[in-house]
Design a protein around this ligand. Structure first.
Ligand code: ADP
Length: 269
């Protein structure tokens, strides 16, 4: 059996002593791609920040590759793409310079970037399909390309776990498709990923498992097929009240299932 990337037992996270999310119990084996879904304000970001030591663990047990969050070792093993992160138009830096900052945790602060750092940056940019834009100014890139630069920055640290908070949100449909292709490739390469998202349709064929956090607790944990079945149940329950709603109706479903109903095999992305 593959070792756990993440192991939570009744874990609680929050800020300044106030619990935001608790009762989190699940294991994430290495190589798994897990989507974390749930309504706004339910505690998804607080959970991932808790793994990074950016929110407080306020109860239970949490281990990332066997170590408690907040440790230096854990921070080195996680690559993190924060929520709604874009690069300001005023940033004067090249793609290489930005991605290179993903290497800072991997060498003493006084040592300049070396051959290994440059190789890691080149490999990360190739992984996100921006190998030909190394010397471009980031301010000249589109929003979707900047998002890929930030994923490359996280990958440059050669992480064992890649955590992304809404990686496909706020970019146009074409960029979303490219980002989905990038995530697909990373999944095929065996990258363990935890993706906070509202856009499960964009991630079809990528995600192995869905965890829902609602009202500060764990509301669902299962496969995409099980998720689709649950969503269909929710939709039909609503339909039986007003009689005019069908499966996949985005008005009724919290997460549009769209053409992928989770039962028939998803189309290739
Ligand atoms: P989600 O990611 O599901 O939208 P969040 O984890 O961002 O939810 O927020 C959950 C709750 O935690 C909200 O009530 C929010 O106000 C609170 N919260 C988020 N960040 C902080 C913070 N840095 N300090 C205190 N409370 C916070």
């Amino acid at each position: 059996m593959s070792p756990s990337a993440l192991r939570l037992n009744d874990a609680a996270f929050g800020y300044g002593g106030r619990v935001v999310v608790d009762g989190l119990t699940f294991d994430v084996p290495t190589g798994q791609v897990m989507a974390v879904v749930g309504p706004n304000g339910s505690g998804k970001s607080t959970f991932v920040k808790g793994l990074l030591g950016l929110a407080d663990q306020l109860g239970g047990d949490a281990a990332v590759f066997g170590d408690p969050p907040r440790t230096r070792e854990v921070r080195r093993r996680i690559g993190y793409v924060p929520q709604r992160h874009t690069l300001s138009a005023s940033v004067r830096a090249t793609v290489r310079e930005i991605v290179e900052t993903g290497r800072l945790a991997h060498r003493p602060w006084y040592r300049p970037a070396g051959a290994d750092d440059r190789a890691a940056v080149d490999a990360a940019l190739a992984q996100v399909g921006l190998g030909d834009r190394v010397d471009a100014e980031v301010s000249d890139l589109s929003g979707g390309q900047q998002r890929r630069v930030l994923i490359a920055r996280a990958l440059a640290g050669r992480p064992d776990l890649l955590i992304m908070d809404e990686p496909t949100a706020g970019v146009d449909t074409a960029s979303q498709t490219v980002l989905a292709e990038v995530l697909h490739r990373l999944a095929d390469e065996g990258t363990t990923m935890l993706i906070v998202t509202h856009e499960l349709v964009a991630l079809r064929g990528i995600v192995d498992r869905i965890v829902e956090i609602a009202q500060g607790g764990l509301a669902f944990d299962g496969t995409p097929v099980e998720w689709a079945e649950q969503e269909r149940g929710r939709i039909l329950a609503t339909a039986s009240h007003d009689g005019h709603c069908g499966p996949g109706d985005p008005e009724r479903s919290t997460y549009a299932i769209g053409p992928w109903d989770g039962i028939t095999p998803p189309p290739a992305v």
